[in-house]
Design a protein around this ligand. Structure first.
Ligand SMILES: NC(=O)C1=CN([C@@H]2O[C@H](COP(=O)(O)OP(=O)(O)OC[C@H]3O[C@@H](n4cnc5c(N)ncnc54)[C@H](OP(=O)(O)O)[C@@H]3O)[C@@H](O)[C@H]2O)C=CC1
Ligand SMILES: CC(=O)C(=O)O
Ligand SMILES: [Mg+2]
Length: 420
């Protein structure tokens, strides 16, 4: 990052007030009458209603539109385990994105936990406060058991964004990129660098979307995950393939897709020369990708290139997913976010990229024109149509699969944040 951008980022976070979010009031609190409704004695009435029926919490409190972004700071972006407090800017950032893009109220919670069980216990004990829980930047393999247990123990949606948000956006981008280069997902060979939260979940959803497990060559720090390895946890073991490939170079040879979910600058221009023609390269590590777009452009001018960043074309980043997924799930009061809802979100995202780009989006990115193609495989984050398109797809899938507790709201499809 340039020195200018580094200082600008620090200033952005510091001024005019430290941090990125605050709380706003939704009811008047000026007069004695206002206060006697908001607090004592009036507040006793909703208390009694909720004690009589917990569902009334959705009627009388902010619960139904409130999502907690919760982290233990063990896998902050691609920066690693820097602890819970250091993760706070990222978690506040997720809260900002929830509100900015989907009108979801959100608060960040950074948990000091000595074990996955301590983390689970903490989250479970506070879960009732919220309409949903977005787990963030928790490293593998602990994240899998943490999420599984919390889903089991909570009756609100619990969603590990780095797993599923990333997977939804990756599937959308991959489907479109493969279509553009005229390849079928059933035939595509993929090298995945990283075998953590994001890599494993992306690979699973790509399989649900049609990719063959035997065409996925996943690599961790010890190289290709193959059936001869004895050092694999159960989550990596599920991706062990019978192959002679051992190194990242082997996995890249003839690969149609490179999916990087590991760390900065892991792959060189020389290495990607071995990929198949018209390769799809998703270097998604943040903030620094596995390989920079400039290097790819030089080494493989035939590539479709995406990163997780806002400052290059084709941003494959979970920001395109989690705000709208939770919007849809909250609005039908879904008890979970299931595979059908995830695939519906991915397909909605992929479909929106094929619609004409609006002037609003062109202006926000300083572009004269943009159309579905190599430089535009996935919608831009500021596209206001994401709100209606993705939340409706998710809400409808929740209804169709029986996890919704409310019908599709009358104001669906949402046109803008003003509808919320
Ligand atoms: N664009 C997006 O929307 C998103 C991007 N990401 C990015 O993906 C990356 C991983 O995040 P996440 O899955 O949450 O983290 P995890 O800690 O769960 O997983 C990290 C994985 O990266 C692997 N890895 C790290 N260094 C190397 C290396 N030198 N060679 C091979 N593999 C390596 C680890 O290997 P091992 O198992 O051997 O330790 C591990 O499997 C981060 O950079 C993050 O920013 C994550 C979510 C969303
Ligand atoms: C985008 C994101 O969630 C990450 O890089 O961890
Ligand atoms: Mg993350």
């Amino acid at each position: 990052m340039s020195e200018d951008l580094k200082q600008a980022a620090l200033d952005y976070h510091q001024f005019p007030k430290p941090g990125k979010i605050s709380v706003e009031l939704t009811k008047p609190a000026q007069t004695s009458r206002d206060l006697s409704l908001a607090y004592s004695p009036g507040v006793a009435e909703p208390v009694k209603e909720i004690a009589a029926d917990p569902e009334n919490a959705y009627k009388y409190t902010a619960k139904g539109n409130l999502v907690a972004v919760i982290s233990d700071g063990t896998a902050i972006l691609g920066l690693g385990n820097l602890g819970p407090l250091a993760s706070k800017p990222v978690m506040e950032g997720k809260s900002l994105l929830f509100k900015r893009f989907a009108g979801v109220d959100s608060i960040d919670i950074e948990v000091e936990s000595e074990s996955p069980q301590a983390f689970i216990d903490t989250v479970r004990r506070i879960a009732n406060t919220f309409g949903g829980i977005n787990l963030e930047d928790i490293k593998a393999p602990e994240c899998f058991e943490i999420e599984r247990t919390l889903i089991e123990q909570c009756d609100i949606p619990v969603f590990h964004d780095d797993q599923h948000g990333t997977a939804i956006v990756t599937v959308a981008g991959a489907l479109n990129a493969l279509e553009i280069v005229g390849k079928k997902i059933e035939d595509a060979k993929m090298c995945v660098l990283g075998a953590g939260a994001a890599a494993i979940s992306c690979s699973k959803l790509l399989i649900l979307a049609g990719m063959k497990p035997e065409n996925i060559f996943m690599c961790d720090r010890n190289g290709v995950i193959h059936s001869g390895r004895t050092d694999l946890n159960q989550y990596k073991q599920a991706f062990a393939v019978d192959t002679d490939k051992r190194t990242v170079d082997d996995a890249l040879t003839d690969a149609d897709i490179f999916l990087g979910l590991s760390g900065p600058n892991m792959v060189t221009g020389e290495q990607i020369k071995a990929m198949a023609e018209n390769p799809v390269i998703f270097a998604c590590a943040n903030p620094v990708p596995e390989i920079m777009p400039e290097i790819v452009a030089e080494a493989r001018p035939d590539a479709i290139m995406a990163t997780g960043r806002s400052d290059y074309p084709n941003q494959v980043n979970n920001v395109l997913g989690f705000p709208f997924i939770f919007r849809g799930a909250l609005d039908v009061r879904a008890t979970a976010i299931n595979e059908e809802m995830k695939l519906a979100a991915a397909k909605a995202l992929a479909g929106l990229a094929k619609e004409p780009v609006t002037q609003e989006v062109l202006d926000a990115y300083g572009l004269d024109s943009l159309e579905f193609g190599r430089e535009y495989i996935i919608p831009k984050a500021v596209d206001t149509r994401l709100l209606g398109t993705v939340s409706t797809a998710v809400a409808q899938a929740a209804i169709d699969t029986g996890v919704a507790r409310q019908p599709l709201p009358a104001n669906y499809p949402l046109k803008s944040l003003a509808d919320i």
